[in-house]
Design a protein around this ligand. Structure first.
Ligand code: GDP
Ligand code: MG
Length: 438
């Protein structure tokens, strides 16, 4: 499987002190093969490997992680990003009913997963769904929808073999009348994409203006799934994707490529034939499933936390000894996102009112400005800002694209913080550092 192959690639990195280019290259060759074998599209694999190699070579290995784990960390992060980082939600209309149009090739799982999704929305969001039989070409299709509807106790609207556009319109009128705030249109599929099908789907779309066109794709079909997704997206403009049959021995390729190729997010996953086997799609969970390394990922998370804690402790120590310089301030700013604000760190120190530092926590734009200013200083200026006379300030302002007032403001903020450090009692520090908790 993909997980096994990736694991084998990472094992080769074991026990080597730092990430060297040759090692990374060797591992990436195998990761690349594993992804291609899992039917991930060639271009996606190429970009993916380039990104990972660039990040991995020369990367500082986190203390307590092996080089292999460090590469796994990077691969995991990039897998998550490839799949869209966070879960994308279904579009909901401001004016009910929300119309969800399920489209996809025959056998992809529209009928069953449309019903599953309707039940999920009822369960998690209290919606009152209506299922609509717009697949008029196979007599069994209407019957199938009625069967799953009955199993889930969800009403089904059908008009036999009437025109699907008319059925969709009548269904919305029906929903309005009966208080159904979500309408799921189960449309027809074909074994292959053809013009007639696309025409019909476009006509339905034009007639009912769905909030969400959800493309249902069979994850087992790998590259074909991605091709189908591209075709449907080009013709209809889809809003999201439901990947089905992820329970089977899906090679994982579709999950990895489909978002990158179409630019549309995977929102749900079908994970079995039973009608409750549907999941909200989370890129991070999918990535760890693909890597098949839950334990390692937990370990990495811990190492990252320890790393942050250690940094915070070092910073707190510097503050207490009044050795906190603009260089530290800069480092602190660049880490703000991952470790919380200065006031959090100050909060670790006894006798410091974290709120007093509120003024020192800056918004993103201000951080950028501050970074630019500090970077334009010489090392001496950063370590000892008292040397900053007006000609130096002018030089720094010019170098950082800011004004002298910005520099003065930064220095004032910095002084406030230094003043606070003086108030701290050194005596209490060791106890705090020993037993301190973030
Ligand atoms: P449609 O032609 O697109 O409407 O596809 P169906 O909803 O009729 O599903 C086709 C077949 O795939 C049925 O036998 C389903 O039970 C099966 N199926 C759908 N989703 C899943 C899934 O997530 N896992 C598994 N194992 N089977 C599924
Ligand atoms: Mg169907």
């Amino acid at each position: 499987s993909l997980s096994e192959k990736l694991n084998a690639a990472f094992k080769k990195l074991r026990g080597k002190g730092r990430l060297h280019e040759a090692d990374v290259k060797e591992a990436m060759r195998e990761v690349r093969l594993a992804l291609l074998e899992a039917d991930v599209s060639y271009k996606v694999v190429k970009d993916f490997i380039n990104t990972i190699s660039a990040r991995a070579v020369g990367a500082d290995v986190l203390e307590s992680l092996s080089p292999a784990q460090m590469v796994i960390k990077i691969v995991n992060e990039e897998l998550v990003r490839l799949m869209g980082s966070t879960n994308a939600k279904l579009q909901i209309s401001s004016k009910p009913p929300t119309v969800v149009m399920l489209v996809g090739l025959q056998g992809a799982g529209k009928t069953t997963n449309g019903a599953k999704l309707a039940a999920l929305m009822r369960k998690t969001q209290g919606k009152r769904p209506l299922l609509v039989a717009c697949d008029i070409y196979r007599p069994a299709a209407i019957k199938q929808l009625e069967t799953v509807g009955a199993q889930l106790d969800i009403p089904v609207f059908q008009m036999g073999t009437a025109n699907p556009v008319d059925i969709a319109k009548a269904a919305i009128a029906h929903a309005n009348k009966h208080g159904n705030d979500m309408v799921f249109l189960d449309t027809a599929g074909r074994l292959h994409i053809d013009e007639a099908l696309m025409e019909e789907l476009k006509n339905i779309k034009a007639a009912v203006d769905p909030a969400e066109i959800l493309l249902v794709v069979d994850a087992m079909t790998g590259q074909d799934a991605v091709n189908a997704a591209t075709a449907f997206n080009d013709a209809l403009g889809i809003d999201g994707i439901m990947l089905t049959k992820l329970d089977g021995d899906a090679r994982g390729g579709a999950a990895l490529s489909v978002r990158a190729i179409t630019g549309k997010p995977v929102k749900f996953a079908g994970t079995g034939e039973k009608l409750d086997q549907i999941e909200v799609f989370h890129p991070d969970r999918m990535a760890s499933r693909i890597l098949g390394m839950g334990d390692v990922l937990t370990l990495i998370e811990k190492a990252e936390q320890n790393f942050d804690e250690k940094k915070a402790r070092e910073m707190a120590e510097k503050l207490s000894k009044n050795r906190f310089t603009l260089t530290d301030y800069y480092e602190q700013l660049t880490q703000l996102k991952s470790m919380g604000s200065l006031s959090d760190i100050a909060g670790m120190l006894p006798g410091v009112d974290a709120k007093a530092l509120a003024g020192a926590s800056v918004d993103e734009k201000a951080i950028g400005k501050t970074e630019a200013i500090i970077l334009s200083m010489t090392r001496q200026e950063r370590e000892n800002p008292t040397v900053l006379n007006s000609s130096r300030k002018k030089r720094i302002a010019a170098g950082s694209g800011t004004q002298v007032v910005d520099i003065n403001r930064l220095l004032k903020q910095f002084e406030t913080m230094q003043a606070l450090t003086k108030q701290m009692s050194k005596g209490k520090m060791p106890a705090m550092l020993g037993g301190g908790k973030m």
